[in-house]
Write a protein that binds this ligand. Structure first.
Ligand SMILES: Cc1cc2nc3c(=O)[nH]c(=O)nc-3n(C[C@H](O)[C@H](O)[C@H](O)COP(=O)(O)O)c2cc1C
Ligand code: SF4
Length: 607
């Protein structure tokens, strides 16, 4: 009904303006033409079948699409408060922009945050703060087998490929990193001439596509790897296992984006989809991963070799530790990426629901390495919404030695969080291959901004540490960071989590770690590859059999429990059976582990 009213109204208007034009001035013809055009649009809307809203509400329905298209801008400019924008709130973005410009980043009148809300975290200052160090702290990356260790900054540019970033963005970051003496990680798209332009220190990232070091079949090619790794600007090599925003998922750079330049840099054909498989072909097991680390170390002439991943199951992390101990090969560094991490493009389900957040992932890897006595040999990096000085300090307290930032560096390069990176239409030229849009990004200016942002943020982190009373990050401890856990209680990270003692897993794994520790295997990834606790022991099988016969006896009239009580209807049978493994403090055979017949129950002690 409404649609006919709209069309009738437009038709009447059209008729009236045509009549007015026939008798009045020429200007009426313009109005008549406009009304007739809108009428034509209305007729088209009613006849088309793709959009129900346009069929029912011709012409007016377009308003919805218009408002939808400017929703992010309305949200960002008019609705978002200073502290609740996502992924980065307005306060954080403004801080990055101000620091990048070298402008005043102070704020007047006190915090806008609710310091009483659950999850609120704060750092504990000292009554006797110390002076910040005169020169920025550097972190030595390079274990005992590394011939050419590298001293890294506390904050570096996290992996972002040329391809997902524009040429000018890569160049600006490269310039900023060169000026500030910090690392730029290349991203899995590989090492390109843009990464070498200004002479920044680089960590070359190798993903499952082995871009820049692959043979025609897409497998790892030692020769081309060795040639590239020899470049003096390449200070280390990162094997990418997974990425927080889309762990367990490969990637595709669509054919349209595979320009001649990108094809050349990646060693793939131009104009064909460029695929990164979900897993590596050079290794399948933790042990093989360590062998690969050793191979890369040899091929690179002893440069630091590390890997980056978003934590999945704890058994996988422990399996890596076992592989390190059994092979005697340790990576020089591990970068933990949180599930809150960014990407050029990923399915929403992955961004929102797959992978371990940085806090949990980082502490897990740190603890696993400590528990195996390996922590001294390996430096830990953390990536996941690190943008401010306090972010850096918090991550150091949670176990990191250094941090990596992707999106804050993009913001320093001009990103306005329009979140269109996957469309090739980035309005500021940061994440696009469109030369027209990219031209707006001035490499000189933005390079200086990246440099400023890094310098002032690291300085702030060191100032905060000085306020906590420590001049060296190594003296930070988990009591310095507290978290509100309910409305009356805050707890320090020291008490919130179980921090392992050096070698504890080797000597006496604590109850909460024991099952995963025993299950983990240097020759397998995959927590659920083998789940022996789901299969009943002989005594459990006998108990199950007895239980089944009770069911059979009761046959629908209600059933008799083994203790003699009667119940009506169907229910789940809980059998108290002997556990498979002896737990500490338990009597012979350990405490009974609850099992539900025909279903899987996680034994107590597994997180
Ligand atoms: C545009 C973009 C491209 C990225 N490309 C890669 C990549 O090639 N390899 C990788 O390991 N991580 C990649 N990442 C993830 C980042 O390196 C980083 O680990 C993650 O975004 C967390 O850091 P952030 O919160 O500071 O952005 C990318 C992130 C963004 C935003
Ligand atoms: S401005 Fe938008 S499209 Fe461009 S890099 Fe930033 S988030 Fe991506």
């Amino acid at each position: 009904m409404v649609r006919f009213l709209i069309l009738a109204l437009l038709a009447s208007l059209g008729f009236a303006t045509v009549v007015a034009a026939a008798f009045g001035s020429a200007g009426w013809w313009v109005l008549a033409a406009a009304v007739l055009l809108v009428l034509g649009l209305g007729v088209h809307d009613v006849l088309q079948t793709r959009h129900a809203i346009l069929r029912n509400f011709p012409v007016l329905g377009h308003l919805r699409y218009l408002l939808e298209s400017i929703r992010p801008e309305i949200q960002q400019y008019f609705i978002e408060r200073n502290y609740d924008g996502r992924p980065f709130d307005r306060d954080t973005r403004s801080l990055v922009y101000a620091r990048a410009k070298g402008a005043d980043s102070h704020k007047a009148f006190g915090t806008e945050r609710d310091v009483n809300e659950l999850g609120y975290e704060y750092l504990l200052h000292s009554t006797v703060p110390v002076a910040p160090p005169s020169s920025p702290h550097r972190v030595r990356i390079g274990g005992p087998d590394c011939a050419r260790p590298y001293d890294a900054s506390l904050l570096n540019i996290s992996s972002m490929s040329f391809g997902s970033l524009s040429k000018n963005a890569v160049l600006a970051m490269n310039k900023g990193a060169a000026l500030g003496g910090f690392l730029q990680e290349t991203g899995e798209g590989g090492l390109t001439r843009h990464h070498l332009e200004h002479g920044a220190d680089l960590f070359w990232e190798i993903g499952s596509g082995y871009f820049g070091c692959r043979d025609d079949a897409g497998r790892f090619d030692p020769e081309s790897f060795a040639a590239k790794a020899a470049h003096p600007n390449v200070k280390g090599i990162t094997i990418k296992l997974s990425q927080g925003a889309k762990p367990g998922l490969g990637g595709v750079l669509p054919a349209a984006k595979v320009t001649e330049e990108i094809a050349e840099a990646r060693g793939v054909p131009q104009g064909v989809d460029c695929v990164s498989p979900a897993s590596h072909s050079a290794f399948r097991t933790p042990r093989e991963l360590m062998v690969f680390v050793r191979t890369l170390r040899e091929l690179s002439g002893g440069k630091p070799i590390g890997y980056k991943f978003c934590v999945g199951s704890r058994t996988d992390v422990l399996a890596m530790c076992k592989a390190m101990m059994e092979t005697g090969v340790t990576p020089d560094y591990i970068i933990v990426d949180g599930s809150e991490g960014g990407t050029g493009a990923a399915p929403l389900e992955y961004e929102d629901h797959v992978g371990t957040p940085l806090t949990e992932g980082l502490m897990l890897v740190h603890n696993a390495l400590v528990g195996c006595g390996l922590r001294e040999r390996i430096k830990l990096g953390a990536a996941g919404k690190v943008a401010t000085g306090s972010d850096i300090v918090k991550r150091l307290i949670q176990g990191a030695d250094f941090t990596m930032s992707a999106r804050a560096m993009m913001m320093a390069t001009g990103c306005i969080q329009a979140q269109k990176c996957h469309t090739n239409e980035c309005p500021v030229g940061v994440a696009t291959q469109d030369a027209r849009l990219m031209r707006a990004l001035d490499v000189e200016d933005k390079g200086n901004r990246v440099h400023n942002y890094h310098k002032l943020t690291v300085r702030e982190a060191e100032q905060i540490m000085a306020s906590l009373g420590v001049a060296d990050p190594g003296r930070l401890n988990q009591r310095m960071l507290r978290r509100r856990v309910d409305h009356l209680t805050t707890r320090s990270y020291a008490s919130l989590y179980h921090w392992l003692r050096p070698g504890e897993l080797l000597m006496d794994p604590p109850r909460g770690w024991r099952l995963d520790w025993e299950e983990s295997d240097a020759d397998h990834f995959g927590e659920h590859a083998d789940t022996p606790w789901l299969e009943p022991t002989a005594s459990e099988a006998a108990a199950l059999e007895r239980q089944r016969s009770v069911f059979a006896e009761a046959s629908g009239k209600g059933w008799r429990r083994p203790d003699g009580a009667r119940r009506r209807g169907r229910s789940v049978v809980v059998i108290l059976a002997e556990p498979r493994r002896t737990e500490p403090g338990a009597g012979p055979g350990g405490p009974a582990t609850p099992r539900i017949a025909g279903d899987a129950v996680r034994p107590e002690g597994r997180p």
